[in-house]
Design a protein around this ligand. Structure first.
Ligand code: PMP
Length: 311
């Protein structure tokens, strides 16, 4: 039953094993305190080339290792080794379709104390089948959350640390229960931070604006990519600065970015239409470039990609 979502093989305790065998104890320290770091990576299938492309694999594993260090966790693998293990599980699972990859690094010790030193790190990687995370073709309806983004001096949003995602889960749940697709969280200063699992951009008078990296947000890999595409491909200025909640409602376009969310247009926020309530022109053009580039269809962006199969 799980097989429709999870693919055959996982990387677990240094080996490639059938995913059913990749299990941890209920006493695992990180399970109790959320002291794990994780990543979300996508691989895209290119039908013509019969090739599977990992998107920004090295950048994701670099962030994983860096975030782990922040919680005193030394991951016992290099970026290159983690990319190789990922390729191996994709090849062994014979993946010939789009797939989401979830690496997680955690403390495996069966110990009770919530602390970060003298514990043993472990890395697991598994594969998950999902197409679109949010509706990128029609756009989504979002709600400004009553929950504030956790801030840098409590649990830094800059780190993809498991425990911080209670904040995302609270906001996402509130939005879904109220009939919306996604939550937009403000930071503790009342400015727009990000979605529950996405960075946010607004377009106003032909200019793009996104919260700066000091606004208690994750430093999204897609965010960086989109900033480059906006500047280089669409010749759109990008301003990184605090965004007031009220600016969301008067924006010409709003979109979310993330590995899972890709480029998701937001067509309504708090029951107010954004622009004319349809996907905006700049968002559309960005999507067009992004969706072709991630599948290896734009030669100048093939450096984003790592081919999985030897040719
Ligand atoms: N913000 C949050 C809170 C996220 O969970 C994610 C997903 N990793 C993002 C932003 C987007 O980051 P990226 O583009 O690196 O996937």
């Amino acid at each position: 039953m799980l097989k429709s979502f999870f693919m055959d093989y996982a990387f677990f305790e240094g080996k490639i094993v059938p995913v059913e065998e990749a299990k941890i104890s209920i006493m695992t320290n990180s399970f109790h305190y959320g002291t794990a770091v994780f990543e979300g990576i996508r691989a895209y299938w290119n039908e013509e080339e019969e090739q599977l492309y990992l998107l920004f694999a090295k950048a994701h594993y670099h962030r994983l290792i860096e975030n782990a260090r922040c919680i005193f966790m030394e991951i016992p693998y290099t970026v290159d080794q983690l990319v190789e293990y990922t390729k191996e599980i994709l090849i062994k699972s014979e993946i010939k379709e789009d797939v989401y990859i979830r690496p997680i690094a955690y403390f495996k010790d069966l110990k009770l104390t919530p602390k970060l030193m003298d514990y043993t790190p472990e890395v697991a990687i598994y594969l998950y089948r999902f197409g679109r995370y949010l509706d990128t073709s029609k756009g989504i309806r979002a709600k400004v959350s009553s929950w504030r983004r956790n801030e840098d001096n409590s649990i830094p949003s800059r780190w993809k640390v498991a425990g911080a995602y209670v904040n995302s889960a609270l906001a996402k749940t509130e939005a879904l229960m109220a009939g919306y697709d996604e939550a937009i969280l403000l930071n503790s200063h009342g400015y727009v931070a990000e979605g529950s699992g996405e960075n946010i951009f607004i377009i106003k008078n032909g200019k793009a604006i996104t919260p700066s990296l000091n606004e208690h947000i994750l430093e999204g890999i897609t965010r960086n990519t989109v900033i480059t595409l906006l500047k280089k491909e669409l010749v759109v200025d990008v301003e990184e600065r605090p965004i007031a909640r009220s600016e969301l409602y008067t924006a010409d376009e709003v979109f979310l970015t993330g590995t899972a969310a890709e480029i998701t247009p937001v067509v309504e926020i708090d029951n107010r239409k954004i622009g004319n309530g349809e996907i905006g022109e700049i968002t559309k053009q960005l999507q067009d470039i992004y969706f072709r580039a991630v599948r290896g269809k734009i030669p100048r962006y093939k450096n984003w990609l790592t081919p999985v199969y030897d040719k």
